[in-house]
Ligand binder design. Structure first.
Ligand code: GLN
Length: 378
């Protein structure tokens, strides 16, 4: 039998991680740290498990965690979401994204996404009968042409998905970008899905421009965030989304029959951990040091780059080395040179290939040094 996604293969993240494991390559492909999170947090999750937090959480999530999230958002962005009905804890940001799209997209609805786009957006749109409308970010800085966005908005546009800091390019939206988005969606029924899972990984004193900072955007947006990224535990699958009550009420209709709720002890452990605030405030400096180390080590290599402004990814242009198709080159680097990365063409329409690979620098300094040794020899 054919599924509803006949043209979709295995996600590049599984493909490249498996290839890296099979060839014992340094794995800078799938985005996850090769170091652990805070032991205190792990202890608190174990404690929650040992003290009875083992039955269903409320559907929207453990209330203490939702309260902690509301407090965090207030502290960082000076705006309020009501913990009772405007915040939902999800199985990673991926589930939030899938459920938001499933809740609102009907057959024929158009969804605008920016390419290169994270690979889970389009299949979710397709499964719901929606039509993906792609807008290519402009080289070399992956910037948005807002006039083009304006020209692609139609009466069928139901949703616009934005992602800042941006995976895979490592660029960030400016305040002006968000204001353009706010203006374009003004007086429309367009829902904005703002994927902000890298909100705490932003460098060079840039400020993260959350959709919730712009009143016109906040009123129509789901802001999606991730504890996996923030607390270095990508396997825990804990994320959340926030939206005004009227939007969240609709989301809950689907969420309740999708997962009902997620792993309760992890939620309680994170809630307790967040009572001592500001664990995330050190992240920009922490990851900037890793980015700078990585880039200083490969500055004399044949790869070309501009420094990543956010996320824990760095894209490297290899056009001086070879004209190979990026997926082929990424596989060959993994198998022959022992370093795994993510080709960018998989995130583009028609697999447009700009000869760029994405490398994850959420790694021990020693891993980055070994990786740089390999890259310098290519
Ligand atoms: N977000 C991660 C990345 O971009 C991958 C997540 C996944 O493998 N599903 O590398």
């Amino acid at each position: 039998h054919t599924s509803k996604l006949p043209n979709v293969g295995t996600t590049i993240f599984s493909t490249m991680s498996k290839l890296a494991n099979d060839h014992q390559a340094i794995n800078l492909s799938q985005g996850f740290p090769d170091f652990g999170g805070d032991q205190k947090l792990t202890d608190l999750v174990c404690k929650a498990m040992n003290s009875g937090y083992n039955q269903y959480a409320p559907m929207a999530g453990n209330l203490e965690l939702r309260e902690a999230i509301a407090k965090k958002i207030n502290l960082l962005y000076d705006t309020d979401y009501h913990p009772e009905n405007e915040i939902t804890v999800t199985a990673g940001a991926t589930q939030a994204i899938f459920t938001i799209i499933t809740t609102f997209i009907n057959p024929g609805d158009e969804v605008i996404i920016f390419r290169p786009a994270y690979d889970s957006y389009e299949p979710a749109i397709t499964l719901n009968g929606g039509k993906t409308v792609s807008i290519q970010l402009k080289a070399p800085n992956f910037s948005v042409d807002w006039e083009e966005v304006k020209s692609k908005v139609t009466h069928r546009t139901k949703m616009i998905i934005v992602n800042t800091p941006h995976n895979p390019s490592g660029t960030v939206f400016s305040k002006e970008d968000m204001m353009q988005l706010e203006e374009i969606t003004n007086d429309t029924n367009i829902i904005v899905l703002s994927d902000e899972v890298y909100e705490h990984m932003i460098f060079d004193d840039e400020k993260h421009q959350s959709a919730c900072l712009f009143p016109g955007l906040k009123a129509r947006s789901f802001v999606v965030a991730s504890f996996c990224k923030t607390f270095h535990n990508t396997g825990w699958r804990v994320g959340y989304c926030c939206a005004p009550k009227t939007l969240m009420d609709e989301f809950m209709k689907v969420h309740q029959f999708n997962v009902f709720c997620i792993h309760h002890p992890t939620q309680k452990g994170i809630a307790d951990y967040m009572q001592e605030p500001n664990h995330y405030l050190g992240l920009p400096a922490f990851y900037q040091q890793k980015r700078d180390l990585f880039l200083s080590l490969i500055k004399d290599s044949r790869f070309k780059f501009t420094a990543s402004k956010g996320t824990y990814f760095q894209v490297l242009d290899y056009s001086e080395i070879t004209q190979e198709y990026d997926l082929d080159f990424a596989k060959r680097l993994t198998m022959e040179s022992g370093i795994a990365s993510i080709p960018l063409s998989v995130f583009n329409s028609n697999n447009l290939d700009n000869k760029v690979l994405r490398f994850c620098f959420a790694k021990e300094d020693d891993t980055l040094k070994r990786a740089a040794d390999v890259l310098n020899g290519i």
